[in-house]
Design a protein around this ligand. Structure first.
Ligand code: ACM
Length: 691
């Protein structure tokens, strides 16, 4: 027994627990097991890849895209000659054919073995092989001997079977080609579900042949034809991604009423659009509503092959039901207590319809009710407690709470959220941690959400990427993969690589960022504007909604600095790390100090250069106070450094004045925050304690 334990521990030790992935490897998501050897396999123009396993078109096309990508990453044409398996550089073997329609329970594991002379990728089916190819791409780096991948053995499989991204195409319509680029990005980080939020108050985005007034009157001409949808679903399938449609009912459904007002709880005429205090909810008391939904879902079930069908169910407001006496009478007559019981009644009838058309119903966590059939999959967006509660009641569930990309949080904050263990504050275990093993098995994974009130086709990728890669890692990698420093190091790397996929605005080096800054500045040089833009972030949570005099509509221009600025400032994060290093060193790290000083000098002097640009553009006038405060903060930081260096304390009044600027800078102005304020605050505060 002892010997066995010893052997087992040697065996386990020989694999890096992924929390300790070697820093030379920039894999994201981190694989389950990695064993690094010595040496490398050169990737030169003679590089070839051959599939020897079960024939699967997805894999053949995947290999073809993989070779294109190798070419793009290395800037080299590869010799296009197909090789025999015996002398191919990379031999790929998928043992079995995948299912015709990709399923939740398919095995996505793979093993990648790279020696100095060749590489072998094996997987139970094409899905794992596709993931393995993405890993291979992340391993390619330049070396003195040419491009190469390290000698390595990777055994990998996902922690969660459901690793999704929701994209809302109702609030702002997002064209198919933009969505396809995002599918490419998702595949690169091994995500496997695109949750397509296709209808909401603002727009109905799918062509229905049975109910054409849905798109004709509910979309302002911005919708996907059925042919486009089929093509998109096939594109996703080729990349190992399932497409789950969502048609949000009975609330969030104003766009349906534009063409079919009889569905509404309150008689009237409706138009699609976001109108304050005018929530529209379907009438669940009319048989006609169910007849309509039956035909509609029947049509959509044929269009979307996935087994799952999301019916929304969130945020059903009381007013439309309360204000209709007929509906309140229905509630009483059926022995229901309230509107929530009525929604449960609606959901039960809906579930039968969805099931009749061969689909498994999903809904947001408001659908949870003792009468809800246990087959319904519950997606928690209001907190982790509902995820645990759903699992306890016998439902399978997904976590979205904590993964809302529209809230502009830093990657680390999303990364800290775990479907199984932690709340996002990380101060107490999540409710799911108290579940039995059986109940925990019902938690299938999670979904990041890109709600589109404040994004356009131009900006959406900069809001999804690169932060989504950190969430992808949370869903794929072993639970103990939690190191923020390692995550950020690899995130910076993956950003570059995503750039090769043509994703817009992924990293600060991307052209779309500069283009947007040029729009703001007109014909002026953007260097000074960029220095400011690099250290600000859009306001967090739902504050932008509050600042607008009215809820944004499609025509609200999204062309301000808040739209160009990245959700997470890399410069501010790195500056904060420098300050931390300097303070931790007891003010002795002179290299860190020199770098801090260099940044502060740039920021102090920038306002003078930027003023002329800000003065000349109506779009930039609102950013003047931010630029001035950045200069003031930088000056304070420099004075603090001098005070610390000379060991000469500054007066309390000085400190108080600087902290007021810090406070102002961290309050939303022009929908922006100056993100270097907190580390400068630390320098200011250090003047008091450094002596
Ligand atoms: C939601 O965010 N209302 C699901």
């Amino acid at each position: 027994m002892r010997t066995l334990q010893f052997l087992l521990s040697v065996f386990l030790f020989s694999f890096f627990a992924m929390a300790q992935i070697p820093s030379s490897l920039n894999l994201m998501p981190v694989p389950a097991k990695v064993q690094v050897g010595t040496g490398q396999l050169v990737v030169d123009q003679a590089f070839t890849a051959v599939s020897t396993g079960r024939k699967d078109d997805r894999l053949d096309w995947g290999i073809s895209r993989f070779l294109d990508q190798v070419s793009r990453q290395t800037g080299m044409q590869l010799n296009a000659q197909p090789a025999a398996a015996s002398n191919a550089t990379l031999v790929i073997r998928a043992e079995n054919a995948g299912r015709k329609v990709q399923e939740l329970d398919e095995d996505e594991s793979y093993t990648l073995e790279i020696t100095a002379s060749r590489a072998t990728l094996t997987a139970p089916n094409a899905l794992g092989a596709l993931h393995g190819l993405q890993t291979f791409l992340q391993l390619i780096d330049p070396t003195p001997a040419g491009f190469a991948v390290p000698v390595i053995t990777i055994q990998d499989q996902p922690r969660f079977a459901w690793r999704g991204l929701l994209i809302d195409v109702s609030r702002h319509f997002i064209p198919i080609e933009v969505l396809k680029r995002n599918l490419d990005g998702m595949a690169a980080v091994k995500m496997n579900v695109l949750h397509w939020h296709l209808s909401d108050d603002e727009g109905f985005r799918v062509e229905s042949k049975r109910f054409p007034k849905l798109q004709e009157l509910g979309s302002e001409g911005q919708y996907y034809t059925q042919a486009e949808i089929r093509d998109f679903v096939a594109y996703a399938r080729d990349r190992g991604i399932r497409v789950v449609p969502e048609f949000d009912v009975p609330g969030h459904s104003r766009s349906w009423m534009a063409g079919y007002p009889e569905l509404a709880s309150v008689p009237g005429s409706y138009r699609a659009g976001r109108i304050a205090d005018a929530d529209t909810v379907m009438d669940p008391t009319r048989d006609g509503t169910y007849k309509f939904l039956d035909k509609f879902i029947g049509e959509m079930a044929g269009l979307f092959p996935d087994a799952y069908f999301h019916i929304g169910g969130d945020e059903v407001t009381n007013k439309p039901w309360d204000s209709n006496p007929k509906i309140q009478e229905f509630i009483r007559a059926h022995g229901m207590k309230n509107n929530r019981d009525l929604q449960a009644y609606f959901n039960q009838r809906l579930q039968k319809i969805v099931s009749k058309h061969g689909k498994i119903m999903m809904g947001w966590d408001e659908v949870l009710h003792p009468d809800l059939p246990k087959t319904v999959l519950v997606e928690s967006w209001r907190g982790q407690d509902s995820l645990a509660e759903a699992a306890r009641q016998g439902h399978r569930g997904l976590l979205s709470y904590g993964y809302y990309l529209d809230l502009m949080w830093p990657a680390a904050r999303h990364y800290a959220v775990d479907p199984m263990t932690m709340t996002m504050t990380m101060t107490k275990p999540g409710a799911a941690a108290a579940l039995t093993t059986e109940e925990q098995k019902r938690i299938l994974g999670g979904e990041a959400c890109m709600w589109s009130e404040f994004v356009t086709p131009e900006t959406i990728e900069s809001r999804i990427w690169p932060r989504l890669a950190a969430i992808a890692e949370r869903f794929w990698s072993p639970q103990e993969t939690r190191d923020n420093q390692s995550m950020y190091q690899r995130l910076d790397e993956v950003s570059w690589r995503l750039g090769w996929l043509g994703l817009n605005g992924v990293s600060k080096y991307e052209s779309n960022y500069a283009t947007m800054l040029h729009r703001l500045a007109g014909s002026h040089d953007i260097a000074a504007l960029r220095l400011l833009a690099d250290v600000v972030e859009p306001t967090k949570d739902y504050t932008r909604t509050e600042v607008f005099p009215q809820p944004p509509v499609k025509s609200t221009p999204l062309n301000r600095l808040a739209d160009a600025a990245r959700p997470e400032s890399t410069v501010a994060r790195q500056f904060a790390e420098l300050v931390e290093t300097y303070l931790q060193s007891g003010y002795k790290d002179s290299a860190a100090e020199a770098q801090i000083r260099a940044w502060l000098v740039k920021w102090r002097d920038n306002d003078a250069n930027l003023k002329a640009v800000l003065d000349r553009s109506f779009l930039l006038a609102e950013d003047k106070p931010l630029s001035e405060d950045l200069a003031t903060l930088a000056t304070a930081g420099l004075e603090a450094l001098d005070s610390i260096g000379k060991n000469q304390p500054l007066p309390d009044a000085w400190c108080t004045a600087q902290l007021a600027v810090v406070e102002r800078s961290m309050k939303p102005r022009a929908n922006l925050l100056v993100m270097v304020a907190p580390p400068i605050q630390k320098l200011v505060e250090a003047t008091a304690s450094s002596h």
